[in-house]
Design a protein around this ligand. Structure first.
Ligand code: MG
Length: 261
């Protein structure tokens, strides 16, 4: 079936994922009060290039008119995804969502995280922690024989009882030779519905969770997505392969963490 990777392709996906995990670790280290997202973008592009890769997002049009201008998406506070890096310094108490992708050996990897800058309020830290946990709830369902709806259901049934909003207009996706492939991977769903997950399918799972409701707006730049109610948003993403042993997270550094199931 479409977009299922053979063992050779999966080996290349692992190499892409490993490289991206290294870049993400460097970005996490660089985040602190006073740093600008333009500086983080420079680090990302330099480190991707140093590893023989190319940024996946720079120049990407997503079917629209405006090519994405940067290597990372940098989305502070009420921005959900696809914010542009700029020269504003990150400030104590902010949160920042960083999304970054690279292509290496013909295959893409995609990863995102939200970080707190300095000290943030307890409810904000909890939003970050629970969004990341919901990603792992979804990842645990990425095993052969399950369906796409099982992933979304796991995220939704973890998040919604806590009163958070789940962004619906943007979802996860298949990934490989193209950054965005079938199938779509919503962060909500019905168990045992949707496409069957087969060995070799690679997907980016990426819950986008808000302190308010699920509605979003797009800014005039044609890219930046913000919460309609101005509430804070968090975003965590891994590229995951469906393997006979269960989910394999491709965008982690430590092999001991790559098989959470
Ligand atoms: Mg993605």
């Amino acid at each position: 079936m479409a977009n299922v990777k053979d063992p050779w392709e999966l080996a290349l996906m692992r190499q892409s994922g490993r490289r991206l995990a290294e870049v993400v670790a460097l970005l996490r280290e660089a985040i602190r009060p006073g740093v600008t997202t333009a500086e983080l973008d420079e680090i990302a592009e330099r480190e991707i290039t140093a590893r023989g890769g190319r940024p996946s997002f720079k120049g990407y049009t997503a079917g629209g008119d405006v090519p994405f201008p940067a290597t990372i998406c940098a989305s502070p506070n009420e921005q959900v995804v696809h914010g542009f890096p700029n020269d504003a310094a990150l400030t104590d108490g902010d949160i920042i969502s960083i999304d970054v992708g690279l292509i290496y050996g013909g295959f893409h990897a995609d990863c995102a995280f939200t970080a707190a800058i300095g000290d943030v309020a307890q409810d904000v830290q909890r939003l970050l922690d629970e969004t990341e946990r919901s990603l792992y709830e979804g990842i645990a369902q990425a095993r052969p024989g399950n369906r796409i709806g099982d992933i979304g259901h796991a995220i939704q049934s973890y998040i919604e009882p806590q009163g958070y909003g789940i962004v619906r207009e943007f979802v996860g996706h298949g990934i490989g030779k193209r950054l965005h492939e079938a199938p779509s991977v919503p962060n909500y769903g019905t168990p045992n519905r949707g496409r069957l997950l087969q060995e070799g399918l690679c997907i980016a799972i990426e819950p986008m969770i808000t302190l308010g409701n699920h509605e979003t707006d797009m800014l005039d730049d044609g890219w930046t997505v913000v919460t309609s109610d101005g509430s804070l948003a968090a975003h965590f993403e891994h590229t995951v392969a469906v393997t006979p042993k269960g989910p394999e997270i491709l965008t982690v550094l430590d092999d001991s963490l790559s098989h959470p199931g």
